[in-house]
Design a binder for this molecule. Structure first.
Ligand SMILES: C[S@@+](CC[C@H](N)C(=O)[O-])C[C@H]1O[C@@H](n2cnc3c(N)ncnc32)[C@H](O)[C@@H]1O
Length: 449
């Protein structure tokens, strides 16, 4: 996974080489010098700022301390404020990119261990085998073969392993846990998941009441759905029958599979979840299996929509990356959507894949609007150009700490942020008697909360 190259350096008068690993896609450093506990932090900082990576040969904890010391030195120069929110955002990203580059220059060796796993051949190093196999796969070469990684990345890999082991409790799943993986978007901000848990489900094509599974019933939150269409809480029935068991859904860009699992727990009979990331696909499959909804959720590799043979769906859910900007690493791909590619692709393809009375649920934060990166009018233009209309919107305020911390970067925009679930329908699909286009809801006051 990520980037693999070779890297070379001079050590004790001999030229050494090793493989290079970067799950975040960083390039192998061109200049490498050997360092240990005797190197002063100021000298280390000077070298890494000049582009020389440091291969640590000392005590593992010494490396961690040096990394913290480098971090303090980078942070002495906080990002400048721009004249506009947009400019501040770009300056902030530039500063983050530089920070990541500088801190990514402290390297540690990884070697192929005798048990066929990975090990860090440094004093007091933690066990990294399982975490590294999860992030990188099996180690290359014979026992003792060397690979270099940045310590910062290794810390991320170890952290991701802990998250995967412990999981993240999801209120909308009755407290059941989702287990994220390294490089897969993690549902730590629960408010968007809650929106998917409480938005009214559309009716299945040709259905009657569209009654939803109640919490505590077989397919309701807090219980395993086992949700085949015929196993829905209300007797669900085949597609076209009454109740959510007859509903079909797509979850576009499923990540950990959390939204697909929420839909299955709500009793949706058949969910097809797509992603382009291999780790995401494996992660989603693992999560839906753990949650006991694998019978209702099929996870497939697809660029946006599943293959045409899958037909149309009554409900198509998508939570694309929220900010239209270029990711600077593989790990940023779940946050930044260059040129709004995924958002536009979802909207322009939705009409064709949505059943006649179906709904598309677009989950989107308006942070991009507050940062001046994508105006609301642009989003609404794409909606109507795709032959869709806004049938409703549910809003949620973010609860994460940065939203309320006045010292956090880009605070003004973050404090104003709202996450919305936009309910989209075919433009011509309008309840009888409803006057034609009123109001696409333009402002922050939504028609539904
Ligand atoms: C912001 S994350 C959302 C993940 C998940 N749906 C959730 O709500 O937690 C966006 C996801 O879309 C996936 N993705 C990006 N481009 C895609 C594409 N063209 N087709 C399918 N999935 C894509 C990413 O790999 C990532 O998992």
């Amino acid at each position: 996974m990520g980037r693999t190259d070779a890297v070379g350096w001079d050590e004790d008068g001999a030229w050494r080489t090793a493989a290079w690993r970067s799950g975040s896609g960083a390039r192998a450093p061109r200049r490498v010098a050997v360092a240990d506990d005797r190197m002063a932090a100021d000298l280390a900082y000077k070298l890494v700022c000049e582009g020389t990576a440091l291969l640590w040969r000392g005590d593992y904890h010494g490396a961690r301390q040096l990394l913290a010391a480098l971090g303090r030195r980078v942070d002495r120069k906080p990002p400048k404020q721009g004249a506009t929110p947009r400019e501040s955002f770009h300056l902030y990203r530039q500063a983050r990119t530089r920070r990541a580059r500088v801190l990514g220059m402290l390297l540690v060796p990884l070697e192929t261990a005798a048990d066929g796993s990975w090990a860090v051949p440094l004093r007091r190093a933690p066990r990294v085998g399982e975490a590294c196999v999860e992030a990188y796969g099996a180690p290359p070469g014979p026992v003792g073969a060397l690979t270099l990684v940045s310590l910062r990345e290794l810390q991320g890999v170890l952290g991701a392993h802990e998250w995967r082991r412990k999981g993240v409790p999801i209120e909308a799943l009755g407290g059941a846990r989702i287990h994220p993986r390294h490089g897969v978007f993690s549902p730590v901000r629960g408010e968007y998941v809650d929106l998917v848990a409480r938005a009214p489900l559309p009716r299945a094509a040709g259905a009657g009441s569209g009654k939803e599974a109640e919490p505590g019933t077989e397919a309701g939150p807090g219980k395993e759905a086992g949700a085949r269409p015929e196993a829905g809480a209300d007797g669900g029935g085949a597609p076209g029958g009454e109740g959510p068991g007859g509903l079909t859904a797509f979850d576009i860009g499923t990540g950990t599979g959390v939204l697909a699992a929420v839909l299955a727990r709500r009793g949706v009979g058949r969910v097809t979840a797509t992603d382009v990331g291999e780790q995401a696909l494996a992660c989603a499959r693992e999560n839906v299996a753990r949650l006991g909804v694998a019978q209702a959720v099929e996870v497939v590799r697809a660029d946006l929509f599943p293959s045409r043979e899958t037909g149309r769906a009554d409900l198509v859910v998508c939570n694309p990356p929220w900010l239209p900007a270029k990711p600077t690493s593989v790990l940023e791909q779940a946050v930044y959507d260059p040129d709004s590619r995924m958002l536009r692709g979802f909207l322009s393809g939705l009409g064709e894949r949505l059943a006649p009375e179906g709904e598309g649920w677009l989950i989107l934060s308006d942070l991009a609007e507050h940062l001046g990166l994508r105006p609301r009018e642009q989003l609404l233009e794409w909606v109507s150009a795709a032959g869709l209309r806004v049938a409703g919107r549910l809003d949620a305020r973010p609860e994460h700490a940065r939203a309320t911390d006045p010292a956090a970067p880009l605070h003004a925009a973050r404090a104003a942020e709202t996450t919305s679930l936009w309910r989209l329908r075919h433009a011509e699909d309008r309840p009888a008697g409803e006057p034609a286009p009123p109001a696409v809801p333009l402002g922050p006051a939504s028609d539904e909360r």
